[in-house]
Design a protein around this ligand. Structure first.
Ligand code: SAM
Length: 233
């Protein structure tokens, strides 16, 4: 194999394969996702196969609240808030006065293209959403700037629900690696676009490989594995 690699590089013949790099990468990540799904169907909450519907995320959230949160004081962290639809849902559902809610976003849309969604998609025109609740705080800017600053002063005392809804591989992997040392048993991670093989799924796989001591148990999947939740064990 090594000889073949050297030959392809030295002769320049590797260039013949370049037009296929993106296709092979897409196919490879799709096959990994499909294989993973085939191995992870028997879980307590799973609607696969189902008619696609984004509203099914709320059934998964409600299941998590009923089974794992109930009325415990909880810290909710949302990475990718946009106009605040999901953030507002969680604010309304977790009524404990000691629960805390933190959200992160540029509010100017995706910092990179995400498939056919161009850079700037999901923009809230830079406006930070406002809610009638004193328990929340929103941080405007790139995660790469705001999250490390936030974590310096964060007191990690409550059970956490972390919603990863940044869509992109880069943003999701940055979040996971930044939060890794703050994860505790029974914290819950929710991925909002897990069915995107080269983005959230790939970020999760790479994170699991690099942080093999952090064990994540799949507990729920909805909308054909678009929304997926793991519990830290
Ligand atoms: C799909 S939207 C979030 C939708 C929202 N959670 C909802 O459903 O109500 C994804 C958001 O992630 C944000 N985002 C992605 N990568 C980011 C990064 N590195 N830093 C800050 N914001 C980011 C984008 O600005 C965008 O608003």
């Amino acid at each position: 194999m090594l000889r073949l690699q050297l030959f392809l590089i030295r002769s320049g013949a590797f260039r013949l394969g370049r037009p296929f790099v993106s296709l092979f990468s897409k196919l490879s990540w799709f096959l990994r996702l499909a294989h993973w799904i085939s191995q992870n169907k028997k879980i307590p909450f799973n609607d696969f196969p189902t008619t696609p519907d984004y509203q099914k995320r709320y059934k998964l959230y409600q299941y998590l609240i009923d089974q794992f949160i109930r009325d415990l004081p909880t810290t909710y962290i949302e990475m990718g808030v946009a106009d605040g639809e999901t953030f507002h849902w969680w604010l309304a559902q977790l009524s404990h006065p000691d629960s805390r809610f933190y959200g992160f976003d540029t509010f100017e849309g995706l910092p990179e293209d995400w498939g056919s969604n161009k850079k700037g998609s999901f923009s809230n025109q830079g406006a930070v959403p406002v809610f009638d609740d004193k328990r929340y705080q929103l941080y405007k800017g790139l995660f790469q700037e705001t999250l490390p600053r936030f974590l310096k002063t964060y007191s990690n005392l409550q059970k956490k629900i972390i919603l990863l809804d940044a869509d992109l591989y880069s943003s999701t992997l940055f979040t996971l690696t930044s939060l890794a040392r703050h994860l505790r048993t029974d914290d819950i991670l929710i991925f909002d676009e897990f069915f995107a093989p080269q983005h959230e799924f790939r970020a999760w796989q790479d994170f699991q490989q690099a942080y093999s001591t952090i064990k994540l148990e799949l507990i729920a999947a909805a909308n054909n594995y678009t929304f997926v939740a793991f519990r830290v064990i």
